[in-house]
Design a protein around this ligand. Sequence first.
Ligand code: C2E
Ligand code: MG
Ligand code: MG
Ligand code: MG
Length: 289
Amino acid sequence: RAKGAGRGRCAVFDEEMREQAMRILDLEADLRRAINGDAFIAYYQPIVRLDDHGLIGHEALLRWRHEKRGLLLPREFIGLGEDSGLIEEADWILYGRVVTELARGGDGYISVNVSPRHFRSGDFADRLLRMIDEAGADPRRLRIEITEVALLDDVPRALRMLRNLRNHGVLAQLDDFGTGFSALSYLHRFPIECLKIDQSFVAGLVGESRPESVAVVRAIQALAGTLGIHTIGEGVETEAQRTALRELGCTYGQGYLFGHPGEHIRSAASIAEGYRSGLLESDAVAAFA
Ligand code: C2E
Ligand code: MG
Ligand code: MG
Ligand code: MG
């Protein structure tokens, strides 16, 4: 009897595994098709000065408009794409959109995320520079966001790529800073424009884990100060987080407080307006609380 029950459980388990495998295969086939179509779009999220929410740029974030499942976020398909190499192709589609957007004019920069895999292909920098050139975009208005993992994989190669890009005007930002193993001894060697403080620490600035998060942000600020670069706080959702970041010496921020990712580049005026009405709303909520 026990054996029978065990087999039964096993059958259920197998069935679930099979279904999950099928779902992944389906999605991968869809992803392959999407690469050839128009399904990938760039969402843009504003990056602002924390003191006066003046607009300095946007981050481009990849979205996949799936015909049946709706708008998919990177976490729903990036792992899949990274295993199959498809994410690199999706990235190039996105970079193409971004340089076209830059060539249309406007001001401020647009940063794009670069997966560590790109850093493993030797011609990433040259291909990106060629794309910028062909679109007629100003390279100084494009930034790349990379993680520490991408840097440490092959330090000499990463150095070559970043210097090549920097020499042509494309600056690099370190994304999700504080979550990697922060090889401090290497950092000063890389031409890095700024550190993006991971949103987990920004979230932690208010609430129980405040002391730990404050300590981490302080350490990041001290490091940035030594390197002579600035920081961007990620995932700023509340006025309390904005204030805390400012007090700790962080200059820039990105997060729902200033604007959600959306299909269009935002204007400085619309951000200021959105921020003011957001504050009025939260004041109203506070008044009722
Ligand atoms: P990331 O580069 O750290 O991007 C920031 C993420 O935080 C975005 O998620 C953004 O929508 C989200 N976010 C922004 N403000 C807030 C906030 O106030 N609160 C909260 N809770 N979240 C906020 P998204 O778009 O889902 O992207 C997730 C990650 O996927 C990105 O993290 C990045 O690592 C990766 N990714 C996004 N676009 C691309 C791309 O084009 N290429 C590659 N290779 N990776 C990408
Ligand atoms: Mg990023
Ligand atoms: Mg980030
Ligand atoms: Mg992040």
